[in-house]
Design a protein around this ligand. Structure first.
Ligand code: KG4
Ligand code: ZN
Length: 348
């Protein structure tokens, strides 16, 4: 093996079937097939539908990735796969496929944590990760603040959502406003022409009392309810709902809390690098607000490009490549999918 390992990564924790191939920190292929359209009419991801879609998409995604990368599968030095957290049936498809590949190719297998992979992916865009760094991961399935000392083995959770994930809040509020699923990008777009100060919606878990117990935790369900009440009242009064203004005011409340808490985590832990990942990191206001406030506080912000922020196989391959480079022990073929894998377990 050269010093730059060729690693294939498989991601199936939710509704994206991702197969990525990297050589060290260089991205060679990022094939993603999404079953999102099949879930849209249900307003959320249906686990059984996602698992079946992964089964159908896996082999074509493997073929596409190997073609895009211009490598043969038996050239790869290691196979990495998301072994958790995520939807159990969906994870199983990825883990079983990765085991079959590793066994067939006679290559080591690395089962890795999905959240750590969201952090590791940034190396493909911005080079080696500054460590320690604080990671703010915000998506439809998770909202966490992490202290990352070594993405291949030492990740400490500082806080997480106690109810809805940030992306889930975007999706639910979009629905209230009559916007399509998944709502995040539509709310983002509508908010561009709205007034963020039109209504001041609540900032969850930011009161002095909440901060004592939940300093780095998030809560978005109260905010979602506040938007729902506001919209209902308007409708009851027979008034039109100013969608752009409500979208902007809601988005402002979410971003304000996310950036405030992420900066607080940086200051508390004496860390000057903040990484933002997950689907919600594509939000234009979140990016702008983080740049502005972190810049003023002397904290550098890294946000991977949107395609790398949403779920994909490249992030798994990126973490796998770092595991190989650091000489971490591979998982055995008895690797299990773990739907509630804690973030403290980077690999198993
Ligand atoms: O990371 P991701 O693709 O899948 C999960 O692991 O959940 O994230 C999807 C989430 C959805 O909730 C979607 O509405 C949200 O990310 N999202 C956004 C934006 N683009 C995607 N939220 C806010 N603003 C955006 N521009
Ligand atoms: Zn994710």
């Amino acid at each position: 093996m050269t010093s730059e390992p060729l690693v294939l990564g498989i991601e199936t924790s939710c509704d994206e079937t991702g197969v990525g191939i990297v050589r060290g920190g260089t991205l060679l292929a990022d094939a993603v097939a999404s079953s999102l359209d099949e879930h849209a009419r249900f307003g959320g991801v249906v686990p059984e539908v996602a698992s079946r879609a992964h089964l159908e998409a896996m082999v074509p995604a493997l073929e596409r990735a190997s073609r895009e990368a211009g490598v043969r599968l038996d050239d790869v030095d290691a196979v990495a796969v998301t072994s958790g957290p995520g939807l159990a049936g969906a994870l199983l498809v990825g883990v079983a496929s990765a085991k079959a590949l590793a066994l067939g190719l006679g290559k080591p297998l690395f089962g890795v944590n999905h959240l750590a992979a969201h952090v590791a992916v940034d190396t493909l865009e911005h080079g080696p990760l500054p460590q320690p760094c604080i990671a703010l991961l915000v998506s439809g399935g998770h909202s966490s603040l992490l202290l990352v000392e070594d993405v291949t083995q030492t990740v400490t959770p500082l806080g997480a959502t106690i109810d809805d994930a940030a992306g889930e809040a975007f999706d639910k509020v979009a629905r209230l406003l009559g916007l399509p699923f998944p709502g995040g990008p539509y709310v983002d777009r509508a908010a561009r022409t709205g007034d963020p100060a039109y209504v001041v919606f609540p900032r969850g878990l930011t009161s002095p009392r909440d901060l004592e117990r939940h300093r780095f935790d998030f809560s978005f369900s109260g905010l979602k309810t506040a938007v729902a009440r506001w919209v209902e009242t308007r409708e009851r009064e027979g008034q039109p709902v100013p969608v752009d203004d409500v979208a902007a005011a809601f988005q402002e409340a979410v971003c304000d809390v996310l950036v405030r808490k992420a900066l607080d985590a940086c200051r508390t832990h004496g860390v000057n690098d903040l990484l933002i990942g997950g689907g919600v990191a594509a939000n234009s206001r979140l990016r702008a607000m983080a740049e502005e406030r972190c810049g003023a506080a002397g904290v550098r912000v890294r946000v991977p490009r949107p395609k790398l922020c949403t779920d994909n196989g490249a992030m798994v391959a990126a973490l796998g490549a770092q595991m190989v480079a650091r000489g971490r022990t591979p998982s055995g073929l008895d690797l299990l999918a773990d739907s509630s894998m804690p973030v403290t377990v980077v690999a198993r």
